[in-house]
Design a protein around this ligand. Structure first.
Ligand code: AMP
Ligand code: MG
Length: 330
C-alpha cells in the first residue's frame, strides 16, 4: 500500500481494506443470485442480504484494527433476529462466513450490531454498507462508504465504487484524510491497488459544467436542478447516478457540480450518505455545503440536523451555484 500523505495513514489503509472487502461480498452476492429485496425498512427503503453482510465485514475489520473505536452504521440486526426473517439471516451468515470462515453465526449478527454509535463530537466511524441500494438492485452505481469522524470533523473518507471504472476496468476506491489530498485506487476483485492522487476539474465556466444528481427523484429535486442548470447557462444535460459515486465522479474530474436539493422541507440527510464523500471532495480541491451555503455539521447525531440538501462542486463554481439557488428560491 502506498502512502496517503496524511496524519491518518493507518486509518486510511484500514478503511480502504474494509470497504474493498465489503465490496467483494457485494459483488459475490450480485454475481450469484437473482437479487431480491430482503426487507423493507420503516422508511420504505430496501435492504438486501448484501447490506447486512457488508456491514458485518466492515464492523469486524474495524473491531480488529481499532478495538476502542465506536461505529455508526445504517443497518442493525434486530430484524434479522426476528424468527420470521430466519431464512434471510441464514443467507447473511453464509455470505459473511464464506469470506470470514472463522466467524461463528452469532458473531456475524453481533458484528452487525456493533454499529450502534449515535455520533456527536467524539471519535467514531460512520458506515453506509451499501449506499445506493436501489442502484445495487438495478445493477448500476452503488458505493460502500466509510468515514472516521472526530471533534466534529470528517478525518477520513473512503468509498468503494464497484461499478465505477478505473483505468478501463470496473471498480474504483477513493480515499482521503483531512489535509492529505485525495487518492483513487483500482478495485480489482475486491483488493485495492496502488493509489494515485486525484483532483477536481478546474473549470470556472458554468456553461461547460457537468452536473450530477440522484437517479431517484425522491432524493433530489430534479426540476429545481434543471432551473439551476438553466441559470448557469449549462449546455450539458445532467447525469444521474446512485450513491456517493457522485462525489467520486467530481473528485476524479469527470463532473463539476453535484446537486441534491431537498424534495421536502423536513428531510435531513443521513451522516453515512455524505461524510465520506464530503471529505473526499474537499481533499480533491472541491467544496461541499448545504443548499444555503452552510458548512455540513456532523456533530448532531445520525443526521445532518442543521443542514438542508447538499451542494458539492469543484470549488471554482461553488459561488455561482449557490447564487443561482438563492435566486430561484427567493
Ligand atoms: P442517492 O443514491 O444519491 O439517490 O441516495 C441514496 C440515499 O438517499 C439513501 O441511502 C437514503 O438514505 C437517502 N434518502 C432517502 N430519502 C431521501 C430523501 N427524501 N431525500 C434525500 N435523500 C434521501
Ligand atoms: Mg445510503
Amino acid at each position: 500500500m502506498g502512502s496517503f500523505g496524511a496524519e491518518f495513514e493507518r486509518e486510511c489503509a484500514a478503511a480502504v481494506r474494509a470497504v474493498a472487502a465489503a465490496a467483494r461480498l457485494c459483488g459475490r452476492v450480485q454475481a450469484r443470485r437473482v437479487l431480491g429485496v430482503a426487507l423493507t425498512k420503516g422508511d420504505k427503503s430496501p435492504v438486501t442480504v448484501a447490506d447486512f453482510g457488508a456491514q458485518a465485514v466492515v464492523a469486524h475489520a474495524l473491531a480488529a484494527d481499532f478495538p476502542g473505536d465506536a461505529l455508526m452504521g445504517e443497518e442493525d440486526a434486530a430484524e434479522l433476529r426476528d424468527p420470521a426473517n430466519a431464512p434471510i439471516a441464514a443467507q447473511v451468515v453464509a455470505e459473511v462466513r464464506e469470506q470470514l470462515p472463522a466467524l461463528a453465526p452469532g458473531e456475524v449478527l453481533a458484528a452487525i450490531d456493533r454499529a450502534r454509535a449515535e455520533g456527536g463530537s467524539g471519535r467514531f466511524w460512520c458506515l453506509d454498507p451499501i449506499d445506493g441500494t436501489k442502484g445495487f438492485l438495478r445493477g448500476e452505481q452503488y458505493a460502500v462508504a466509510l468515514a472516521l469522524l472526530d471533534a466534529g470533523e470528517v478525518k477520513v473518507g473512503a468509498l468503494a465504487c464497484p461499478n465505477l471504472p478505473f483505468a478501463g476496468a470496473p471498480g474504483c476506491v477513493l480515499v482521503a484524510a483531512r489535509g492529505g489530498g485525495a487518492f483513487a485506487l483500482p478495485l480489482r476483485g475486491g483488493d485495492a491497488g496502488t493509489p494515485v492522487a486525484t483532483r477536481v476539474a478546474p473549470t470556472a465556466d458554468g456553461a461547460r459544467a457537468r452536473i450530477v444528481e440522484s437517479v431517484e427523484s425522491g432524493h433530489g429535486d430534479h426540476a429545481s436542478h434543471e432551473r439551476v442548470r438553466a441559470a448557469l447557462l449549462c449546455a450539458t444535460p445532467s447525469v444521474r447516478l446512485d450513491s456517493q459515486a457522485k462525489y467520486a465522479v467530481l473528485a476524479r474530474g469527470d463532473g463539476e457540480i453535484y446537486l441534491r436539493m431537498p424534495t421536502s422541507a423536513d428531510y435531513r440527510e443521513n451522516l453515512w450518505d455524505q461524510a465520506a464523500g464530503a471529505r473526499i471532495i474537499e481533499e480533491a480541491g472541491g467544496r461541499v455545503t448545504d443548499v444555503d451555503g452552510r458548512p455540513l455539521d456532523f456533530t448532531r447525531g445520525r443526521k445532518l440536523l442543521g443542514n438542508q440538501g447538499i451542494v458539492a462542486t469543484n470549488g471554482a463554481l461553488h459561488g455561482a451555484v449557490l447564487a443561482a439557488i438563492r435566486t430561484l428560491r427567493a
